[in-house]
Design a protein around this ligand. Structure first.
Ligand code: ADP
Ligand code: MG
Length: 345
């Protein structure tokens, strides 16, 4: 069942379109990530859902009812920000209790709920701690406990881990996911980091310039990016010009160097993504690439190999167990059809 539905939401600030026809839904108990570069409209989307702005056009529904006119404090949605601003003058207990006091919970209920929340985020015994004495990770967990304590129907997290270093971020992202799952919490998780989005979310919504580029599971988005923007945003770098032509009754994808059968698309010009994985040295493939090795970097199971292919520089992730020639030597790669995506202009 869909809990939240955005239907064709648009908003402008000072005559500048910030969101354009944004439509998506979030299921009950589902974790959805809003992923996109800075300035694409992620926080504005959350602000509209929270009721801080009314959209110029479109509608937001919660469990089938339009939220138009429902003030923010009656929506029972929770927000957690990156610069989450724990109250520095309050200890851990009082920070978590804050939202409960506002909602007139009894002292007994507050005791009980804060205790549960501290257990949930693995900070039992931290009640009396000064929040300024906590590590970055501990602060994030207190902020999460504070956001979850009033049992919001929908929790929105706006780049909650952006200020932390990579290792801590990865660990907390997994912890966060576990906690949200455990609570069966309906949540929207905003981030500009695709790895984080993939780790935390059931489904990912990729945004650019106020529009949705793609909605899908992490697997769908990774394996079938809907546009060159999405592929680039996921860190893919191998793009070449391409054209589908018909030759002797068959369709071919023509690239600056090389061609391959491409039966699934009508004729036209576009851009071709060559995925970094799947290439094999001297193997069998649908496209053969030969180029001089510019760089070969050991990465563990796979090696990152950059080659010069005509005018292009292309990078591949190849199992290090394969016979990869030295830098400066010629490498012949076989690329399977699944690694090639044609995007029409
Ligand atoms: P994100 O969270 O994806 O980084 P935002 O939603 O914060 O992006 O902002 C999207 C765009 O809207 C930006 O260009 C930003 O400058 C603009 N914007 C956001 N809020 C306001 C506002 N209150 N007034 C004017 N412009 C705004
Ligand atoms: Mg933002």
């Amino acid at each position: 069942m869909d809990a939240l539905v955005l239907h064709s939401v648009s908003i402008s600030f000072e005559n500048k379109r910030v969101l354009e026809n944004v439509s998506f839904s979030v299921g009950l108990g589902e974790i959805v990530a809003l992923l996109g570069p800075s300035g694409c409209g992620k926080s504005t989307t959350l602000a509209i859902i929270a009721g801080l702005f009314e959209p110029d056009q479109g509608e937001v529904y919660w469990k089938g009812h339009s939220l138009r006119g429902t003030p923010s404090h009656q929506r029972n949605f929770g927000l957690m920000f990156q610069d989450l601003a724990l109250f520095p003058h309050l200890n851990v207990f009082e920070n978590i209790a804050f939202g409960l006091r506002v909602r007139n919970f009894s002292p007994h209920q507050i005791q009980q709920r804060v205790k549960e929340m501290l257990e949930l985020v693995n900070l039992t015994g931290f009640e009396g701690r000064d929040v300024t004495s906590l590590s970055g990770g501990e602060m994030q967990r207190v902020a999460l406990a504070r956001a979850l304590a009033p049992q919001p129907e929908l929790l929105m997290l706006d780049e909650p881990l952006a200020s932390l270093d990579r290792t801590l971020r990865d660990r907390l992202a997994l912890e966060l996911r576990q906690i949200l799952r455990h609570m069966n919490q309906t949540a929207i998780y905003v981030t500009h980091d695709q790895e984080e989005a993939f780790m935390v979310a059931d489904r990912v919504i990729v945004m650019d310039k106020g529009r949705i580029e793609q909605i899908g599971t992490p697997q769908e988005i990774y394996h079938q990016p809907a546009s060159p923007f999405v592929a680039r945003f996921l860190g893919m770098k191998n793009f070449v010009a391409g054209e589908i032509i018909r030759d002797k009754g068959e369709r071919w994808l023509i690239m600056p160097i090389g061609r391959m059968p491409y039966p699934s698309e009508p004729e036209g010009k576009g851009i071709v993504l060559i995925r970094p994985e799947g290439a094999r040295v001297n193997g069998k493939g649908d496209l053969r690439i030969e180029g001089r090795v510019l760089q070969k970097v050991f990465r563990g199971v796979n090696c990152l190999v950059e080659i010069q292919w005509g005018e292009q520089r292309l990078s591949f992730s190849i199992p290090c167990s394969e016979k990869i020639p030295k830098e400066g030597e010629v490498l012949s790669l076989a690329i399977p059809a699944q690694a090639i995506h044609f995007f029409r202009d």
